[in-house]
Design a protein around this ligand. Sequence first.
Ligand code: AMP
Ligand code: GLY
Length: 423
Amino acid sequence: MKVLVIGSGGREHAIVTSLKKSPKVTEIFCAPGNAGIGQDATLVPIKPMEFEKLAEFAETEKIDFTVVGMDDPLVGGIVDVFEARSLRVFGPRKNAAILEGSKAFSKDLMKKYNIPTAAYENFTDAAAAEAYLKNAKMPIVLKADGLALGKGVLICNTLEEALAGVKEIMLDKKFGDAGSTLVVEEFMTGREVSVLTFCDGKTIKPMTSAQDHKRAMDGDKGLNTGGMGTFSPSPFYTKDIEAYCQENIFEPTVAAMAKEGRPFKGIIFFGLMLTEDGPKVLEYNARFGDPEAQVVLPRMKNDLLTVMEACVDGKLNTVDLQFEDNAAVCVILASDGYPVSYEKGFEITGLDAFAGKDEYFCFHAGTAQKDGHFVTNGGRVLGVTAKGTTLTEARTKAYEATKWVDFKGKYMRNDIGNAFLEA
Ligand code: AMP
Ligand code: GLY
């Protein structure tokens, strides 16, 4: 089968790497991809939001199956465009991707179907939001309703901060239309866990758990980023918690979406917080996490294409999803200055060291080719993943492998996985 993957980050490199192992796959294309993905797939220079061009390419090239990695095209309705041309595509339709595309929608859904989440109110009027905040308990969380590159969430410790946040999101429109509606949410504390699941519209099957490190600096300091590193599984996500989530969160979510006439096919990523009152949903995403995919997919035993096809065909109940009984750690190598400002175009050396090593992966996120070598081309440059029998072993191996590669301004966190060492 000829497969097309849409996206250009480390997550898409991990998806391509897994698909490449499938005996059913004969050729992989990636639009637009990056230089590293270009070693494993044929790059197609079409942007992810150019739906008609992508669908045309899939028709002309006789692509059998398309996988959409990113949130923007999913929320924008790329799956509907492909389906209208009878092209097989993995991901939720527009009316289901709203689970990620609108936080107000997802909060209302959880309230209606009793899915545990933080208490909240939605506002479309800034004055009403300000009046509400004057009587609210601090800290409090403000969220822009729409997609905001993971930056539309403000945790406010004082009323002054909260009022400034309303101005930023609703009046100054820092996140554009994403801030036309504001969700004001109760502040929760606890361990965070990411659980990615496969869904076919009716059945939902969770993958192994992971934990992300979203802040730029050690000790969870600095600005929020797309993610600086992950580990899998999370030792805090016990069998009991998993069973609770399956019954009270995962199945009710997929059933609620079906009941609303928005059957969800694809990946639901549950961002959970393990609070004293039990697990609660922080957020839904309609795609694999980045860099969660870089630790979860390398541990998956099943053929990824087979599972994705089962989701599209509504036959996920026939799949026995299995993960290796080991652990993985991913450390992101970023450009110094990320996520604010950084330079690009520096030569990357040492990538050959990963060749032929089964337990090590170097997923490219922001790289390009220049004069026959790889250069940095983004804030997050590489994701170095290692597998081990334990989290501790995987972590040691991943940090060892970060030393194999070098580029000017190489920056990483040195405490990925400290949380599980405490456990
Ligand atoms: P989100 O994009 O909704 O996952 O939010 C980004 C980050 O903000 C989460 O990973 C949490 O660390 C934090 N966060 C979001 N909602 C809450 C909440 N209600 N209470 C505490 N922290 C939160
Ligand atoms: N790593 C968090 C995300 O992909 O949204």
